[in-house]
Design a protein around this ligand. Structure first.
Ligand code: NCD
Ligand code: ZN
Length: 438
């Protein structure tokens, strides 16, 4: 097992200390630790962090790793590499694969593959309904006895209220999290963009806010009346924020995530008709991004989740209406959250640790993630360089796919090092930003 001495690191962006990692845990933190004076520090690899920021490893509640079924666009291995490069030590991969993850042996296979590869803990999300068909509940009980702690039909909404009611009751009985992709499909049949002025001008079918908000409203009321724990995937509208604020004020057990792209981008991006900007829910308007930023700051929205959704160029470099929805997120999310909140002065690194690691770990009840940076704690950590500017190029990302909406964008913050149980899963080298990996 690796023994590492991180010199001159700033936990949460605060005062510089030395951190010793041994046997997968943080064994010592201090200002005096030196490789020459203490027996315990002998043989450690010394990494001079030069004031870089140390955070608990990031946890992503919402990714799509496409295995099984679309290994041409992402696999558990390439997705784990992308996650490690993004600073993540645990991710939850959605059930909308082929086959759908709706039985225990399929969920077990995802978990085992992630563990065998070893770059990131890959937790399988179980489907709520068999085959994501929205009709028959899947084996929620059996799957919850294995590695599944969250259930979602993500990609599709559980539209039928009676099916959702049963799911809420089951999830309560098994004490698992239900994550809803809130979209009333009856309102979005031909929708490819946010319903508003931009879509009208560009002649694109509109996806109205109410298609999301009506489901959020229904599901928080179900949770109020039938119990359990509800999570709202990719909250995207001002109205969803208002509903969440109300629900939380009532003490309803609901949590919510927002994606980096819904915090940063608006439907103005659609002017070029570039399919890379097609995503579900769609990019909305600036009043929504403002409301979502405020909601994340005040805790109404709990966490950032990337909704990392790899697609091949044959599905993205086509007419906007025919492009598959979804965009990459794992390798750019920390840079975006740093830009929107830290570089702008709206929040500090403690906030980033909270929304990208501590809260997701808490919601999913992960005992070994999102932990304090303290002696005796597991060494699931990310070293962040707030001053290492880099330019995004889809072809250079670790992900097997290239569908990033940030092609050519320069960000200031990058990941220098990621540690999973004390082992290095990603280490930045100068070539990371210059050499193509595919
Ligand atoms: C996701 C996908 O590609 O699987 N697409 C997307 O636009 N977000 C599904 C989803 O999260 O809804
Ligand atoms: Zn979704």
């Amino acid at each position: 097992m690796a023994k590492i001495l991180l010199k001159n690191v700033r936990p949460y962006g605060e005062d510089e200390v030395q951190v010793l990692i041994d046997g997968g845990v943080i064994t010592a933190i201090g200002t005096e630790l030196d490789v020459n004076d203490a027996e315990s520090v002998k043989d450690a690899e010394v990494i001079d962090a030069q004031g870089k920021v140390l955070l608990p490893g990031l946890v992503d509640m919402h990714v799509h790793l496409r295995e099984p079924g679309r290994e041409d666009t992402e696999t558990i291995a390439t997705g784990s590499d992308a996650a490690a490069k993004g600073g993540f030590t645990a991710v939850f991969t959605m059930a909308n694969t082929s086959p759908v993850i709706d039985q225990p042996f399929l969920a077990d296979a995802v978990w085992e593959k992630g563990q065998a590869y070893g770059k990131c803990d890959v937790y399988p999300v179980g489907a709520i309904t068999q085959g994501l068909q929205g009709e028959q509940l899947s084996e929620i009980g059996l799957m919850s006895r294995g590695h599944v702690r969250m259930f979602s039909d993500d990609g599709k909404c559980v539209n039928n209220p009676q099916v959702m009611r049963r799911a809420v009751e089951y999830a309560k009985a098994y004490d698992v999290l239900l994550a809803q992709h809130a979209e009333d499909h009856r309102m979005t049949a031909d929708s490819v963009a946010h319903e508003g002025e931009v879509a009208a001008r560009l002649g694109l079918g509109g996806w109205p806010r109410v298609a999301e908000e009506s489901v959020v409203a229904r599901d928080v009321i179900m949770t109020r009346d039938y119990g359990g724990r509800l999570h709202i995937c990719h909250a995207s509208t001002e109205g969803t924020v208002e509903l969440l604020r109300w629900a939380k004020s009532q003490g309803i057990a609901v949590s919510a995530e927002v994606t980096p792209h819904h915090l940063l981008l608006t439907d103005e991006k659609l002017e070029t008709y570039d399919g890379v900007f097609r995503v579900n829910p769609p990019l909305r308007e600036s009043r929504d991004t403002v409301a979502l930023r405020d909601a994340l700051l005040d805790g109404t929205v709990d966490v950032v989740a990337t909704d990392h959704a790899p697609h091949g160029s044959e599905d993205k470099c086509v007419e906007f209406e025919h492009a598959k929805p979804g965009m990459l997120g794992l390798e750019t999310s920390l840079a975006i959250i740093a830009k929107v909140f830290v570089e702008s002065g709206l929040a500090d690194w403690r906030f980033v640790a909270k929304v990208m690691s501590e809260r997701p770990a808490e919601i999913l009840r992960l005992a070994d993630q999102g932990r304090p940076i303290a002696e005796g704690e597991p060494a699931n950590l990310v070293l962040v360089d707030p001053g290492a500017a880099w330019t995004v190029h889809g072809e250079e990302l670790r992900s097997k796919a290239s569908n990033t909406p940030y092609e050519g964008t320069e960000f200031s913050t990058s990941v220098a090092l990621t540690l999973l149980r004390g082992e290095v899963t990603y280490r930045a080298t100068p070539s990371d930003t210059t050499t193509s990996t595919k």
